[in-house]
Design a protein around this ligand. Structure first.
Ligand code: PMP
Length: 437
């Protein structure tokens, strides 16, 4: 085990830091559905790492692709130069992307994909001559990573209150009309389209010609698995189309098969103008993100050389050959094992298993969509997050990796999970919930 001395230089920048340094938990190996802990225990991965290891751990095609690429072409700049894997990957991504998505920009993370999409949106309006469209709209309880643009459009005040004004000209769509109910979690279908019309209110307030883009997660993940009410996303699409506003889906979590379709845009049958992805793109193995855009957006930047120069954007590591090779190995694994649609087959079984926990102590609500689940717990009075965190620790000790966000347990197992492993995971969580947490 690690000693306090081993951990002296390591900063885990969350509040868990202090607790963690007293009681470090470590993984030293992983294979398929399991991690091995530093003390030799097997832990069943109920969260695909951080919603990213969709194909399971240490998968051979991905490992081999990385090893081979590292010995062949380790790095090539993505400015004025390229390499074959970057081109091949973009074409393969477009093959699985929703109709209308025709071009791909590379980044190194979900946060960078968000920044990239926001900048493309603003620059797009500039090159189109709609220069006054500078406002951005996010959603309350939206999560879009930790960089400045992402925390500005994100809807979590605690994530941004330390950092001053951030981006100005940002509004947030409301999370509910009915504070006591919460349209996203109780799924009040009658309020779905209703809630989206809040966008009309914001548009009227500012004048449509000032608004560049709306960014939403089709299903909000890290803020507690918030499933949109029926009709919500389509209504946002309709309003954006009517007013010439770009619609960006942040599919960092929902992308690459999590809902049982390659992307949530296909699952909900709603067409955004851009899709932001990362995580499952390389199975979480190597940092990489990708932003999908329509031809309309891409072609606008091709209309004159000066536009390309004005849109200065790109990262040293964008489209890094080893990352591209990892992504290609990941896509091969998804294809060979049918993983991008496997969630659709498993979803009913997953839903039944999850909902069997509804009578466990302190469970307020259970939510599911595709291979995502959420168990919302009653907070301990005056000690928010404590109950869920103690569930996390007990689960870890008994061999199950779960994730907590506030007082919600979030689950998103690798898409290779078997029905027997679903039963094992849910039974493990049942025991945790029945213990005194
Ligand atoms: N957007 C969403 C919806 C996310 O869930 C996350 C990460 N959980 C991000 C963006 C940021 O991704 P990253 O941590 O790779 O920067």
């Amino acid at each position: 085990n690690a000693t306090p001395n081993d951990l002296r230089a390591f900063w885990m920048p969350f509040t868990a830091n202090r607790q963690y340094k007293k009681e470090p938990r470590m993984f030293v190996k992983a294979k398929d559905m399991h991690y091995t802990t530093h003390d030799g225990r097997q832990v069943l991965d109920g969260t695909a790492g951080l919603w990213c290891v969709n194909a399971g751990h240490c998968r051979p095609l991905i490992t081999e692709a990385i090893q081979q690429q590292a010995g062949e072409l380790d790095y090539a700049p993505a400015f004025q130069l390229g390499h074959p894997k970057a081109f091949e990957l973009a074409n393969r991504l477009i093959d699985i992307a929703p109709d209308g998505m025709e071009h791909v920009l590379y980044t190194n993370s979900g946060s960078e994909s968000v920044e990239t999409a926001l900048k493309v949106a603003l620059a797009y309006h500039k090159v189109k001559g709609n220069g006054s469209r500078t406002r951005l709209i996010g959603r309350e309880r939206g999560y879009h990573g930790v960089n400045f643009g992402g925390i500005s459009v994100g809807g979590i005040v605690t994530n941004r209150k330390m950092f001053g004004t951030l981006l100005t000209g940002v509004d947030h769509l409301p999370h509910t009309h009915l504070p006591e109910k919460n349209a996203f979690t109780k799924g009040e279908p009658e309020h779905g389209a209703d809630l989206a019309t809040e966008l009309e209110r914001i548009v009227t307030l500012h004048d449509a010609s000032t608004i560049a883009a709306v960014i939403v997660e089709p299903v909000a993940g890290s803020t507690g698995v918030l499933i949109p009410p029926k009709g919500y996303l389509q209504k946002l699409r309709d309003i954006c189309t009517k007013h010439g506003i770009l619609l960006i889906f942040d599919e960092v979590i929902t992308g690459y098969g999590r809902l049982g379709a390659p992307f949530a845009a296909q699952y909900f049958d709603v067409k955004p103008d851009m899709i932001v992805t990362a995580k499952g793109l390389t199975n979480g193995v190597i940092p990489m993100g990708a932003v999908f855009v329509t031809s309309e957006i891409h072609d606008a930047f091709m209309s004159g050389p000066e536009h390309m120069i004005e849109f200065f954007h790109g990262y040293t590591y964008s489209g890094n050959p080893i990352a591209c090779a990892a992504a290609l190995g990941t896509l091969d694994t998804y294809r060979d094992e049918g993983l991008l649609t496997r969630g659709a087959e498993l979803a009913p079984y997953w839903a039944d298993a999850l909902h069997s926990l509804k009578d466990c102590p302190n469970v307020i609500e259970i939510r599911n969509i595709g291979l995502i689940g959420a168990i919302e717990l009653a907070p301990i009075a005056g000690e928010p997050t404590k109950r869920a965190f103690s569930a996390f620790l007990k689960a870890y000790e008994s061999g199950y990796l779960i994730r907590t966000t506030g007082d919600i347990i979030a689950l998103s197992p690798p898409l290779i999970i078997t029905k027997a492993q679903i039963d094992e995971l849910i039974d493990g969580i049942r025991k945790v919930l029945q213990s005194n947490i």
